[in-house]
Design a protein around this ligand. Structure first.
Ligand SMILES: *Cc1c(COP(=O)(O)O)cnc(C)c1O
Length: 386
C-alpha cells in the first residue's frame, strides 16, 4: 500500500461483470422496464424471503410510494427520526402529512427511541418510519408491537440494510437504496419489499402513472390498452440498472460479510489504541456494515479532525446533520428538543469503510485519527445500556 494513496470513504465496487451486463442490455435492444427488472425484483425478494418486490428509481421513490400506497396524506402525522438522511422526512412532506421528529436512544445508540416516540403520539398519528442506522438493525418486533398497539403503519427506511434477512418481515413496507455509496449500487435505484400482495400491486401501479399495463406488455400483445386507476408517478427503474443490480446482488452477502470483518478490526484497533473515540452499538449487534460511524470526544473539533485526516489522504464524512437543524425544517417546526440527536450530530464522524480495505488501511486511519485529536481526551463514558 502506497503511503499517500487515498483511503476512500466508500467507493462503488464496479468491474468487468458490470460492463458486460450493461453491454448485453444495449445489444438486446430493450432498455426500459422489462425482463431484467422482473428478474432483479425476484432475486431481491428471494434473498430477503419476502414475497413482493417492486424496483423503483430510488429509495426516495420507494419511501414516497410506500406512504402513498398506505394512504398517508394531509392531516396525518408520521413519526420519523431526525438522525437520518433528509429523504426519510422529505417523503413524508411529499404526501402532505406532517413529520413528527423523534429523538435517538443515546449518543452510542443512534436508533430512534421507542420511549420518545410514545411521547410524540397524537390522535393524528398514522405511521412510523424507522431507519436502520448504519445497517444496525432496529428492534423490529418491539416496533411492530408499538405500531400495532397504536394502530400505526410501520415502514422501514432500509437504505442502509440491503441483504439483511429480517428487513421487511414484520413491517408494512421496506425501502432500499442502490445509490452509488450504498452496499450495492445501480448508480441510482431502489426497491420496495412488501408482505401484502394487494399493497404491492398498488405500489407497482403508482410507480408508472397509475397505469394498468406497461409498454412491454403492450408490445408483446399481452395487453391492448390501459386504464389509469390512480394518480401515479414516473418512478420506474430500467433494464440497464436492473442488469447492474443483478450482478451486484450476487456479491452483496460476501461484501456485507467483509464490511462486518473490517468493522470488527476497527473496533479492536480503536479500543486498543484510541479509547477516547467510541464505537457505536454492541459488538454483536446485527448489521449490514453500511458505514463505520464513531463518536468523537466532546473536546474534539470535528472540522479540524476531518481536515487533518484529509491532509493524510483519508476521506471522512458525517452521518448525519440532524434533519430538524436544517433551515427549512427549523423554520417550519420551530425549536424542538432532541438532545441526544443534537449531541450525537455534533460529535459523529464516519471513517472509510468498503470491502477493499485491509488491516493496514484500518491501522493507518486509526493512527491518523489519534493524531488528529486534542492532547487530553477522556474515554467516552457509555450510558447505561441493556
Ligand atoms: C441514501 C438514503 C436514502 C435515499 O436513497 P436514494 O436511493 O438516493 O433516494 C434514504 N434514506 C437513507 C437513510 C439513506 O441513506
Amino acid at each position: 500500500m502506497a503511503k499517500n494513496s487515498i483511503v476512500e470513504l466508500g467507493p462503488p465496487n464496479l468491474g468487468q461483470a458490470e460492463k458486460d451486463a450493461l453491454c448485453e442490455v444495449i445489444e438486446s435492444g430493450w432498455i426500459t422496464m422489462g425482463d431484467r427488472v422482473k428478474a432483479f425484483e425476484s432475486a431481491f425478494s428471494d434473498m430477503h424471503d419476502v414475497e413482493n418486490a417492486v424496483a423503483v428509481s430510488s429509495a426516495t421513490a420507494a419511501l414516497h410510494l410506500s406512504l402513498v400506497a398506505l394512504g398517508i396524506g394531509p392531516r396525518d402525522e408520521v413519526l420519523v427520526p431526525s438522525m437520518t438522511f433528509v429523504a426519510t422526512v422529505n417523503t413524508v412532506m411529499h404526501t402532505g402529512a406532517t413529520p413528527v421528529m423523534v429523538d435517538i436512544e443515546s449518543v452510542t445508540r443512534p436508533h430512534m427511541s421507542l420511549a420518545d416516540a410514545e411521547t410524540k403520539l397524537t390522535e393524528r398519528s398514522r405511521a412510523v418510519v424507522i431507519m436502520h442506522y448504519g445497517g444496525y438493525m432496529m428492534d423490529l418486533s418491539a416496533w411492530r408491537d408499538f405500531a400495532d398497539k397504536h394502530g400505526l403503519f410501520l415502514i422501514e427506511d432500509a437504505a442502509h440494510a440491503a441483504g439483511i434477512a429480517d428487513t421487511a418481515r414484520s413491517s408494512d413496507a421496506a425501502a432500499f437504496s442502490f445509490f452509488a455509496n450504498k452496499n450495492m449500487t445501480t448508480a441510482e435505484g431502489g426497491m420496495v419489499l412488501l408482505r401484502d400482495a394487494d399493497l404491492a400491486d398498488r405500489v407497482r401501479t403508482l410507480r408508472s402513472h397509475g397505469m394498468t399495463s406497461g409498454t412491454l406488455d403492450r408490445v408483446r400483445g399481452r395487453a391492448v390498452g390501459y386504464d389509469v386507476v390512480g394518480c401515479g408517478y414516473n418512478y420506474r427503474i430500467d433494464e440497464l440498472r436492473a442488469a447492474l443490480g443483478l450482478v451486484q446482488l450476487d456479491r452483496l452477502q460476501d461484501w456485507n460479510a467483509q464490511r462486518v470483518k473490517i468493522i470488527d478490526d476497527y473496533r479492536m484497533t480503536l479500543a486498543a489504541t484510541t479509547p477516547a473515540v467510541a464505537t457505536l452499538f454492541d459488538d454483536d449487534h446485527v448489521t449490514s456494515g453500511h458505514i463505520m460511524p464513531v463518536l468523537l470526544p466532546a473536546q474534539a473539533d470535528r472540522t479540524d479532525v476531518m481536515a487533518r485526516l484529509k491532509a493524510e489522504f483519508i476521506q471522512s464524512s458525517v452521518h448525519y446533520p440532524p434533519v430538524h437543524r436544517f433551515s427549512y425544517f427549523a423554520d417550519m417546526l420551530g425549536e424542538i428538543a432532541l438532545p441526544h440527536t443534537d449531541a450525537f450530530g455534533a460529535r459523529q464522524l464516519t471513517l472509510p469503510l468498503h470491502p477493499g480495505l485491509n488491516h493496514d488501511d484500518v491501522v493507518r486511519v486509526v493512527k491518523a485519527l489519534k493524531h488528529a485529536l486534542p492532547d487530553r481526551c477522556e474515554a467516552v463514558s457509555r450510558p447505561e445500556e441493556d
